[in-house]
Design a binder for this molecule. Structure first.
Ligand SMILES: Cc1cc2nc3c(=O)[nH]c(=O)nc-3n(C[C@H](O)[C@H](O)[C@H](O)COP(=O)(O)OP(=O)(O)OC[C@H]3O[C@@H](n4cnc5c(N)ncnc54)[C@H](O)[C@@H]3O)c2cc1C
Ligand code: FES
Length: 268
């Protein structure tokens, strides 16, 4: 299906893209699912393959999607360079979503892992969960400026049934707020606070650290894996990973079985 760019801005090394999309692109979206976006040049068809992204926010009333992405290579550079009103091709929502749990929930977002976590937080708050978000990056410049300026991004406008939301921001080098890793701050809080579940999205070492803490404290952890994906629909086999399930090692397609997984199934 086709989408139209409403706004496309860059903040440090991040692109922030808002799209007007057909109703069917947003109606059935659930947190953790992703879209394949085409960034190809209409004359050269380059890059030919679409790229996978989880949305930062989804507005089903206005049929709008926004994406927060790191500009790392050809596809994301081309996406960041697209102007307002340009039309681009986008898939329907793909992949397996996160389970939405209630209770006291910890969210850990590393770098651009903030994108899926931001929208997940909004849904958890609507569902009545108490949410603590640990958001970290290597330094101040790698924290997403509009989120920091807004304190809690789009979901601060949610009408929470939950009693409590808490935001903990940290940087590896201490250039903004607390110095340290989000996982270390989570580990400290876990000693005094009961968490019913945790979700983490970010670099693999961060998700592994979250997994070790959650196993130690018997907290279910859900993570999202960002494998390289060529088709996003289970056709190419390019995203095969091994997981542990039902006492066996199974090879699965991350795009259709995931990208959301129980961390106990994953080899880090
Ligand atoms: C389900 C899913 C959701 C994602 N959501 C987001 C998001 O919300 N925001 C965001 O910034 N990125 C997200 N990614 C990663 C994003 O798809 C890649 O960064 C992007 O495809 C890179 O395209 P490129 O052409 O710019 O880079 P390329 O030129 O293809 O590669 C540049 C560098 O990025 C690495 N890379 C390529 N594809 C991926 C990938 N899938 N994951 C990690 N590294 C990759 C390459 O190994 C290389 O080092 C997501 C990935 C998946 C699978
Ligand atoms: S990306 Fe093609 S099978 Fe998963």
């Amino acid at each position: 299906m086709q989408a139209t760019i409403i706004e496309n801005t860059s903040h440090n090394s991040y692109g922030f893209l808002s799209l007007s999309v057909p109703e069917e692109a947003v109606n059935d979206y659930r947190p953790g699912q992703f879209y394949m976006l085409s960034a190809n040049n209409k004359n050269t068809y380059d890059p030919i393959l679409r790229r996978p992204f989880a949305p930062y926010s989804v507005n089903s009333d206005r049929h709008e999607l926004t994406f927060l992405f790191s500009i790392v290579g050809r596809g994301t550079r081309a996406l960041a360079d697209m102007g307002k009103d340009v039309r681009l091709s986008i898939s329907a929502p793909l992949g397996n979503p996160f389970k939405i749990l209630k209770g006291n929930i910890a969210l850990i977002a590393g770098g651009v892992g903030l994108a899926p976590i931001n929208y997940l937080a909004k849904q958890l708050i609507y569902a009545g969960a108490n949410v603590t978000l640990y958001y970290g990056a290597r330094n101040k410049d790698l924290l997403f400026p509009p989120f920091i300026d807004n304190k809690f991004g789009s979901f601060k406008h949610a009408t929470p049934k939950s009693k409590q939301t808490k935001l903990v921001i940290c940087t590896d080098d201490g250039s903004y707020e607390i110095q340290g890793f989000g996982t270390d701050l989570f580990a400290t809080d876990v000693a005094n606070t009961h968490f019913d579940a945790c979700y983490a999205v970010g670099p693999k070492p961060m998700m592994r650290a979250a997994h070790d803490i959650c196993v130690k404290h018997n907290i279910p952890l859900h993570i999202s894996l960002e494998e390289i994906m060529a088709c996003g629909v289970g056709a190419c086999g390019g995203c095969m990973i091994d997981i542990k399930r039902d006492g066996k090692i199974q090879s699965v397609r991350c795009c259709t079985e995931g990208p959301a997984f129980d961390s106990k199934e994953v080899f880090f």
